[in-house]
Design a protein around this ligand. Structure first.
Ligand SMILES: CC(C)(COP(=O)(O)OP(=O)(O)OC[C@H]1O[C@@H](n2cnc3c(N)ncnc32)[C@H](O)[C@@H]1OP(=O)(O)O)[C@@H](O)C(=O)NCCC(=O)NCCS
Length: 493
């Protein structure tokens, strides 16, 4: 097991040497000896590849993602077995040498956002009291996609094709890491990605992939789906951005700004000028900074896999006792959602969610898409009152993980709270039943955000706060920040 092998002094020494070599080579690859960024880095920051085409620096820009002969750390990494690569990554993480974006507003104050400072987003530290677009309208939308470095091409992913979906699953599962210590990885299924990326009115053009020309390998991705939201009373159709991912061997090479610019261009082409997205890191400028909370359902397994964010010194016995749940559900009339419940759920959700300054405006078709139960994807339960009308709804979506290098466990399932709304049942009772149902469905952990009125029941139900934040952002829209309890929008991914 990785943790055990890392404690061997010999191996640790070996990893340190490799890590040092790797860092020196990576530094040569993207930085000048003085520690300032090379031209190639700056070019890709600006991303205005056309402007750069003419100049000598263009060659460097195009080469930015290309391995550079014997100095290329990625060739070196490639030649190592997968397990060794994980050990190096873990070591980089442990010694704090992996490149990190600010996780807190405090850290963000000293970070220079070369790309984000060029975008229509509020600057960090600005006091915002006005409401509306930052750029009134997009004057001219370029027809051509943004240029990519030589050797890479855009590929609009056709998510109806199982082969394409498989390639996307591989990219995300191998690179969309939950933790940078690389002991647990996402294990997105094709069904999950179809659910997340193909709601009503999804746009084919908004699934932007980057492939390597020679072998067609998918190495970058960003997607958006259309969503109607209400922001401080203004109704807007926005692009909801998701699944930004760059292959781990191409990190730190400014592919992200190019992906974001290209997606923005495609979104602008459809007449939309605003976007909503979340990130675990601080970018300019969070609309709201929310916390993730976890509730153990299978405490022993979580302890055994050392689930991130739960590393507390509880004995097995105490953990079992502390996290015990009732054998069965208690709320009368609670049952899985059926198609007939769509109008009732729509009314319940719109009534409940409209109280929050940031909320979704869901159509009946969207309620059906997002909430109709699908095994291993989305679970929704309703409470039917005595008169046959629906009084409450609770839903959670499923995120699966692969556990790496563990002698016993290979998978882990997390239920993520999606939408919950109640008009008759206490939220705490409804949520307690949701925990029981998630446990019955084989989930190991339940995760929720401190958004909406969730704090009224999360602590009572023994959810514990993790170090992970989820920052909400709006692109090209100015409005005052929101505390988490004012957020009524959930973005699964
Ligand atoms: C997030 C990820 C794509 C960033 O790639 P990277 O190689 O580290 O970054 P790049 O060199 O390509 O680009 C750096 C720029 O992208 C920005 N950036 C990094 N992560 C970002 C994010 N999640 N959202 C928006 N911008 C982001 C950086 O702030 C930086 O811009 P700046 O100069 O203005 O600060 C990559 O780390 C990844 O795939 N991670 C795993 C999946 C993931 O966490 N996705 C994000 C989900 S929100």
């Amino acid at each position: 097991m990785l943790r055990r092998s890392l404690s061997s002094p010999l191996l640790l020494k070996e990893i340190r040497a490799e890590q040092l070599q790797l860092c020196q080579r990576t530094a040569q690859f993207t930085h000048s000896p003085t520690g300032t960024m090379t031209d190639s880095g700056k070019e890709l920051i600006d991303g205005e590849s056309d402007r750069l085409k003419k100049s000598k620096t263009k060659q460097k820009g195009e080469d930015a993602w290309k391995p550079e002969g014997p100095k290329d750390p990625f060739v070196m990494l490639d030649s190592l077995p997968e397990k060794k690569q994980q050990e190096i990554q873990k070591a980089l993480h442990l010694f704090g040498m992996a490149p990190n974006l600010p996780k807190s507003l405090h850290q963000a104050k000293t970070h220079t956002y070369h790309f984000w400072d060029t975008q229509p987003v509020p600057k960090l530290g600005d006091i915002i009291t006005t409401f509306g677009p930052i750029q009134e309208s997009v004057n001219s939308i370029r027809n051509e996609p943004y240029s990519l470095p030589q050797g890479f091409s855009w590929d609009t992913l056709d998510l109806k094709s199982p082969t394409v979906l498989r390639a996307l699953c591989s990219l995300l599962n191998e690179n969309y890491m939950e933790e940078d210590d690389n002991t647990i990885r996402f294990d997105f299924s094709q069904e999950y990605l179809q659910w997340a990326l193909q709601p009503p009115n999804w746009q084919f053009q908004w699934n932007c992939g980057v492939r390597v020309n020679t072998n067609k390998k998918l190495v970058g991705f960003i997607a958006a789906i259309p969503a109607d939201v209400c922001i401080y009373g203004t109704k807007k159709r926005v692009a909801q951005v998701m699944f930004l991912c760059v292959h781990k061997k191409l990190r730190g090479k400014r592919m992200t700004p190019v992906l974001i610019r290209e997606l923005t261009r495609r979104v602008n082409q459809q007449g939309l000028n605003q976007a909503v997205y979340t990130a675990g890191t601080v970018l300019p400028t969070p609309l709201s900074s929310c916390s993730q909370l976890h509730r153990r359902l299978n405490p022993l397994k979580l302890m055994e896999v050392n689930y991130p964010g739960l590393r507390k010194n509880l004995s097995s016995q105490r953990a079992l006792k502390f996290n015990r749940l009732p054998e069965g559900t208690k709320v009368l009339g609670l049952r899985p959602m059926t198609k007939d419940d769509i109008p009732g759920i729509h009314t319940l959700l719109q009534t409940y969610l409209s109280k929050f300054p940031l909320s979704p405006l869901l159509s009946l078709q969207e309620v059906e898409h997002w909430l109709m139960p699908k095994e291993n994807v989305i679970y929704t339960y309703v409470v039917e009152g005595d008169t046959g009308s629906l009084t409450d709804v609770v839903s959670f979506y499923s995120i699966s993980y692969k556990v790496l290098n563990h002698p016993v466990h290979t998978v882990l399932s997390a239920a993520h709270l999606f939408y919950i709304a109640s008009s008759a049942t206490e939220l705490t009772e409804l949520m307690e039943d949701a925990l029981v149902l998630a446990k019955c469905n084989g989930f190991d952990i339940f995760t929720a955000l401190n958004v909406m009125n969730n704090m009224s029941f999360l602590e009572k139900l023994k959810f514990t706060i993790s170090d992970n934040s989820v920052h909400y952002y709006l692109y090209n829209w100015m409005c005052p920040p929101l505390s988490p309890d004012k957020v009524g929008l959930i973005l699964p991914n």
